[in-house]
Design a protein around this ligand. Sequence first.
Ligand SMILES: Cc1ncc(COP(=O)(O)O)c(C=O)c1O
Length: 394
Amino acid sequence: MNEVLPGRTRGVARVPDWSAFRAQFPTLERKAYLASGSYGLLGRPVEAAVRRYLDDRIERGVDWAGWGERTEAVRAGMAALLNAGPDEIAVTTSASAGINALASALDFTGPRNKVVVSNFEFPTGAQIWHAQAPRGAVVEHVAEAQDGSIPLEHFAAAIDEATALVQVTHVCYRNGRRQDVEAIARLAHERGALVLLDAFQSAGALEVDVAALGVDFAVGGMLKYLLGTAGIGYLYVARQHIAALTPTASGWFAQADIDAMDIFANDPAPDARRFQSGTPPVVNSYAAEAGLDLIRSVGVPAIEARIRELTGVAMDQLAEAGCRLATPREDDRRGPQVAIRSRDAAALTARLAERGVVVSWREDNVRAMFHAYNDTRDVDALLEGLMAHRELLA
Ligand SMILES: Cc1ncc(COP(=O)(O)O)c(C=O)c1O
């Protein structure tokens, strides 16, 4: 049988059967679930994969070879998703673990000791760089402009010949704004700095092509838009940087030969596995592999298009109903999140939950975070819930 690209048949775009996709997520029978940027829904195939792990455990007790295959399937799946090679992917236990492994390989004692961090970063993506201060790192933050965006000029003012690394998030977890990663990476490279992309709030929902974006590193985890579970993540390291980077946070699964069991030396793997450390997250890799299969079954381009349509409909209706939005309306300046300003975002989130509408909140924003399994019924439920609690809108 000829291989066909996901979502495409003989070069003609095929629209996935979205109701069949939605039917694989039983929570949607009960809830209008709009919190995928907090935790993606459990799909039936992912549930089955975790059960398969339990069955394997009971049946065989131990299966290191089979478990190794699961980790390798996640590595290969993430590589394909990011347009990278499997040799450029470390399978980690969290995004934080990936950033820490990378940080441990950087030298801040020379003239390039600065890490530039945007104010849109998730806390872990700033805290870890501040934690490098005793090793000589100096963190410079890139702040928002009056309109809430971070203009390229603000990055240009911060990135200089002392900058080792720029940490940039693709989609901000607080307000849903998408950053122009390609332009930031171009600017950073012109000045000799490397770029780490946090793709946690985009990968699985938007196309993240590390080659097209021109980033040197990328991190994320599998529990949100990748439909897997907590406790497993990835670090992409562009091939040309691997040999020059030796993590000092390491372990036996980071060695060139895991079976060498050599206690007299550190011999890092020649590929990105050198950024791993100990025993991989075995059960989580079953779930993550199944999550990636779910994404592949419809394809990221189709997912992205559907999310763009749903969020667009939601934003137009919310704006018409008088809601103030923290997320820009332009398609290329946002991702799967629509952030709605509130007087009391915690209370509004709780009121919506009472009505079966699951959202999440950060600061003054209620966050409605869409995946391709959502449909306009979820948009309607959100709108009705918000209108029933107008007093909590800003
Ligand atoms: C953008 C972003 N980066 C990083 C993290 C944290 O990642 P981890 O807990 O895997 O270290 C999150 C978690 O919500 C996130 O949204």
